[in-house]
Structures are given as structure tokens and as C-alpha cells.
Ligand binder design. Structure first.
Ligand SMILES: [Zn+2]
Length: 312
């Protein structure tokens, strides 16, 4: 069967995710995959296995089985996003910390059994195997750090004396994607902040109370009106009515206070005298005396100051 290029890539990706799942925390060198058995049969075509082997991501073991190479494991980590999970750097960190303890204060390298590192770090032996194998078989820049001791691959780990330099190095190696993720998250935060800004009064942070669209067919336009809980409102983003906390709120002398007696109460209306004061909508204030009603109206139209926060 011949697949189109996209389908071939999809099938390769599927192979990686099935292999990584089947592998879990076991060592790549002893975990064999049989293309004729679940979960691979019927899912991964023969040409995919051959292509992965050509690329050096898997290698054939015997006539029928395959295993991941160190390079293949790295690609698998990447494709399954395991590398970008929050867990991954923490696991690496635990292993690095265990290794570092062995060379602390030493002038030469330390040789430590893999099994011991697993016990000390609390991480699976197979997973540490994969980590060391993929690091020590990588390109030259990835080759720093712990390696297998002579021919004891999978059993003895050689930790160089200058291993202290390693964490920053490994972090920069594995966090290119991490940085991208942080940038992505920062971008999302900015978007969310933008959205939040649009839904709150820029002066006092009061939330939006209503959004409406008004069609002016004779002018061929639709205007969007947004009102906020504090009274601030905009038309297509331009201020219509000011916020009592904002710089455009009218002064007290821009209002005329008109008080009338209404039964046992006095009712005071603050009427705008200037253009901007007229745009402010004030409810009438009531009091048992004329002075009380007027005092309340004056307080209602007075510009508001934000309460200073205790730590500013
Ligand atoms: Zn406001």
C-alpha cells in the first residue's frame, strides 16, 4: 500500500504515540514492538516501520520486531508533547539532583550504578536509561553530562566532575519549546487582559452593564454603545458620559440644584448647566429638609476619588 505524504506522516505520528504509550517508563533497548500484534496491527502500515528504521528512529530486532532508538525516543517525547508537560522538567531535575550529589566537591568523575540513581531519584530505571541514552548519543552539544561508563551501557553511569554546569545546559536544551510555550501563554494573558479592559471602565474598573447597537440607516452606520456600572458610557469607543472617577467628570458648579417640596420630603434635582454636565444622568436626591436633600445631591455629583489601597 502506498500512502500520500500527509497520510504517511500521520501514520508515523501514530506509530510514535503507540510506541511511547507501550513503552511507558521502560528502557528503550529491551522494549520490543511487534508490528503484527496489538496495538500496532491494523494501525501502522509496514512501510511506516521501514521508513522509521531508515530515519534511525527505530531499529529492527530479529526478523519481526522493532525497538526505539535514543533518537526515536527524543522524537517520540516531542511528538507526544511529553517534553512540554510540566512533569518532564521536574523528573529531569530529580535525576540531575541525584547525579550532582555524587560529584559534589570532587575533582574527578563518579561512576554510579543506574539502579542506584533510580533509587536515589525515585524515578524509573528505564526512564533514566532513556534519558542518559538519548543525551549521550546525541549531537556533540548534547553530549555533555552523564554518559555510560565504558561498555556498561545501561548499568553504570559516569558523571563528570563538572556536572554542576549541566543543569543550565540541559535546561536550555530542553526548554526551547518551553520558552515558546511561555510566550504563547503570555500572549494569551495579554489577550485576556485586553478583553478584560474592554469589559471594564478604564477609570474605575466598573463592569459593563449593557452593550447595544444602534443603526443609523440614513448615515449608513451602526454605532455600538457600551455602558458601565459607574455611569461611564461610550459610543464606538468615544466617551459619551463621563465616569465619576475619570478626568472629564464635571465640577460641582456645573450643576444647578433645584429643590422642590414633595409632601413631607424635599427632592433635589442636579441639572447640568454645561454640555458635559448635561450628559451625566443623576437621580433626584431626597431629604427631610431642603438642606439634607441638597447636601445629598452635592455629594452625588461630586467627583469620586478611588480609595487609596493600603500598600500604595
Ligand atoms: Zn467608571
Amino acid at each position: 500500500m502506498t500512502l500520500a505524504k500527509d497520510d504517511r506522516l500521520e501514520n508515523q505520528k501514530a506509530a510514535f504515540s503507540l510506541m511511547m504509550e507501550a513503552l511507558s517508563d521502560r528502557a528503550i533497548d529491551t522494549s520490543l514492538f511487534d508490528p503484527t500484534q496489538p496495538p500496532f496491527d491494523g494501525q501502522i502500515v509496514r512501510t511506516t516501520w521501514e521508513e522509521l528504521a531508515r530515519q534511525g528512529h527505530v531499529e529492527k530486532v530479529g526478523a519481526f520486531q522493532y525497538r526505539l532508538t535514543a533518537k526515536g525516543w527524543r522524537v517520540g517525547l516531542d511528538l507526544t508533547s511529553a517534553l512540554r508537560s510540566a512533569e518532564y522538567p521536574q523528573r529531569v531535575g530529580r535525576v540531575l539532583a541525584a547525579m550532582k550529589r555524587h560529584v559534589k566537591g570532587r575533582k574527578d568523575s563518579a561512576i554510579v550504578p543506574l539502579r542506584q540513581l533510580a533509587t536515589e531519584s525515585g524515578e524509573a530505571e528505564g526512564w533514566i536509561f532513556n534519558l542518559i541514552d538519548s543525551r549521550s548519543s546525541g549531537s556533540r552539544s548534547q553530549k555533555t553530562g552523564a554518559t555510560w561508563y565504558e561498555s556498561a551501557r545501561g548499568r553504570l553511569v559516569e558523571i563528570p566532575a563538572d556536572f554542576n554546569l549541566e543543569p543550565g545546559d540541559i535546561v536550555s536544551a530542553l526548554t526551547l519549546q518551553h520558552r515558546e510555550r511561555v510566550e504563547l501563554l503570555e500572549g494569551r494573558l495579554e489577550e485576556a487582559e485586553d478583553e478584560r479592559r474592554q469589559l471594564h471602565c478604564p477609570f474605575c474598573d466598573a463592569p459593563v452593564s449593557s452593550i447595544g447597537h444602534q443603526d443609523y440607516p440614513e448615515l449608513h452606520c451602526i454605532v455600538t454603545y457600551v455602558s458601565f456600572a459607574c455611569g461611564y458610557s461610550t459610543a464606538d469607543g468615544f466617551e459619551e458620559a463621563p465616569c465619576p472617577y475619570g478626568p472629564h467628570w464635571p465640577n460641582l458648579d456645573e450643576f444647578e440644584l433645584i429643590t422642590k417640596r414633595d409632601g413631607k420630603l424635599y427632592v433635589c434635582h442636579a441639572i447640568g448647566k454645561t454640555e458635559r454636565a448635561r450628559r451625566v444622568h443623576m437621580y433626584p436626591e431626597m431629604g427631610k429638609t431642603r438642606e439634607e436633600a441638597e447636601e445629598r445631591a452635592r455629594r452625588a455629583v461630586a467627583p469620586k476619588r478611588k480609595q487609596a489601597s493600603p500598600n500604595s
